[in-house]
Design a binder for this molecule. Structure first.
Ligand code: GLY
Length: 350
């Protein structure tokens, strides 16, 4: 079926055959360079070749968060120079969150900014990273520490790419869809949380619904001064759990960690009196049914707190949580004490 949204500064196309070519004709770049990794070079580049009908060059980087750093940026900037990229060059970022965040950052800074298009190929990047203009790389051990807010010329989503994703990756991305339901739409939450087998979903529609939520929130607050913070629901604890898991023999995928974060932050919402015990139990059961109970891989509250204190979203050293007012409505700037955190962890482990 397919969808097109246009907001003030960029287009979002979902499953729109011919859309890329039209946009590129409109932009009329001096040349096109496509950023890929070994996965998208193998599995996704053929789609771009069939859609673009124009010559282009490619820059290939290694996949994975470990490569989302300034060294890889230096390689991309040098490659742009080698290809004689000028200010009318268009960079197309074909890949998941690493390609989108890093490629967008390189485009946004090369010659003080050249045009770029995001073509996200994972579920996580289709419903989250590609929309809202956050770009950047990890630095000195901190995630997304160096970066900028800048919108692409367009986000072009093809849900056929999801067919090449391993189930674990699909499930990881699914956590962000669940989050969008919890913070903004009870209907979306109810549909997504009751699905028996996520591979049977109509991704054309569910990606559309999720992108609508992300787009609405980020348009209202592009630089995260207020409302955009609701998108961090599940991420304050989730990021800490994810970071700590990298030091163990059971590293978690982003969505697996966010799933734990969403349960524990729902418990904090319960303790604040925002959601009922029934709502909390519903959220916990639905998430554990999909992701399993990871109680055995959980760090202590002291370890989690130490990492959370380093989060760049804190205010004067006070950890700020984004919680739920109810299922389908998020809030932000919520302070939580250690006792409440311990209670949330204890309930998860039980
Ligand atoms: N991933 C959260 C945001 O874009 O603000």
């Amino acid at each position: 079926m397919g969808y097109t949204f246009t907001n003030e500064s960029y287009h979002i196309l979902i499953n729109q055959a011919g859309g890329l070519e039209l946009l590129v004709n409109e932009l009329n770049p001096s040349q096109i360079i496509v950023l890929v990794d070994e996965n998208t070079e193998n599995f996704c580049l053929h789609y771009l070749i069939s859609e673009l009908h124009r010559p282009f060059k490619t820059i290939s980087i290694r996949s994975g968060e470990a490569n989302k750093n300034i060294d890889t940026c230096k390689f991309v900037w040098s490659s742009l120079i080698k290809f004689k990229a000028d200010r009318k060059t268009l960079l197309i970022n074909l890949g998941g969150g690493v390609i989108g965040d890093l490629g967008g950052f390189c485009a946004g800074t090369y010659m003080r900014g050249i045009d770029f298009i995001q073509m996200p190929t994972t579920l996580l990047s289709q419903v989250d990273a590609s929309v809202g203009g956050k770009l950047g790389v990890d630095f000195d051990g901190f995630k997304n520490m160096v970066g900028l807010f800048q919108n692409p010329k367009a986000v072009i989503i093809n849900t056929d790419f999801l067919k090449s994703l391993p189930y674990k990756e699909l499930l990881s991305g699914y956590a962000e869809l669940l989050k969008h339901g919890l913070i903004a739409s009870q209907t979306v939450w109810e549909e997504l949380s009751s699905v028996e087998d996520i591979t049977t979903l109509d991704f054309d529609r569910v990606v559309h619904d999720s992108v609508m939520i992300k787009k609405t929130v980020t348009e209202e607050d592009p630089t995260e001064k207020g409302l955009r913070k609701i998108l961090n629901f599940g991420h304050t604890i989730g990021h800490a759990v994810e970071t700590l898991s990298f030091e163990t023999d059971r590293p978690l995928l982003h969505g697996e960690a966010i799933a734990i974060g969403m349960i524990m932050e729902s418990h904090l919402s319960l303790q604040k009196g925002y959601i009922s015990d029934e709502e909390y139990q519903n959220i916990k059961a639905a998430i554990i049914k999909l992701y399993g109970n990871k109680a055995k891989s959980l760090p202590t509250i002291e370890q989690i707190t130490e990492i959370m204190l380093l989060d760049k979203k804190n205010n004067n050293g006070i950890i700020q949580f984004s919680l739920l007012n109810q299922i389908g409505q998020g809030n932000f700037n919520q302070e939580v004490d250690q006792v409440a955190l311990q209670a949330a962890l204890t309930d998860y482990i039980q």
